[in-house]
Design a protein. Sequence first.
Lengths: 79, 140
Amino acid sequence: MKILLFAGLKDSMECESIDLDVLNQSVGQIKQFLIEQHPSSTGLIERSHVAVDQNYVGNDFLFEIEPKEIAIIPPVSGG
Amino acid sequence: MIEITKEKIDTAGVLERVNSSQSGAVVLFLGNTREFTGEKQTTWLSYECYESMAISKLNELRDHAISNWGLLDVAVVHRIGRVDLGEASVAIAVASEHRAAAFDAGRWLIDTLKEQVPIWKKEVWSDGSTEWVHPDTTQS
């Protein structure tokens, strides 16, 4: 499924979203996979949170069903 | 009132939205584009957001502030896109019966917005270079 990217992460990974099969994977495993695919973005991925259907979840969160929306949220800087 | 806009924020209008005959205190916070960060000079800031989540988070913060401080009303407007020097990227208006709640809630709202709401700023420096701001919260 499509995973949304933003700001510095979108720039460093050079795309607005990526397609990944997330079923039965944890958030931590998905972040690790992204790091392997995009080693130059390691620091930013490690510091990013993940939002599932617009709620923050921890690294232990397991995708037992496919959500509507997943986003990688690099450290925010609004205001 | 929660809003994300590409237009210049009508700051007086945000204040007016929360004002009423009940409100003994109304506090307006504006976050503006500042020209200097130490030695570095900003030309403008550019903001982007994850809009659906930003709106939902801002509504959560508004609901929490209203119930926690017993406020009369809260309005938050965040601008995205280019924000020039001295212009507001965010306006937060808080109305309450007494001033302490309005000041405290306003402070909490901007602090929590900066920690939790998925909005990002990009610095456009005077030398033409650009830089996304991703604060390193693990060191603070």
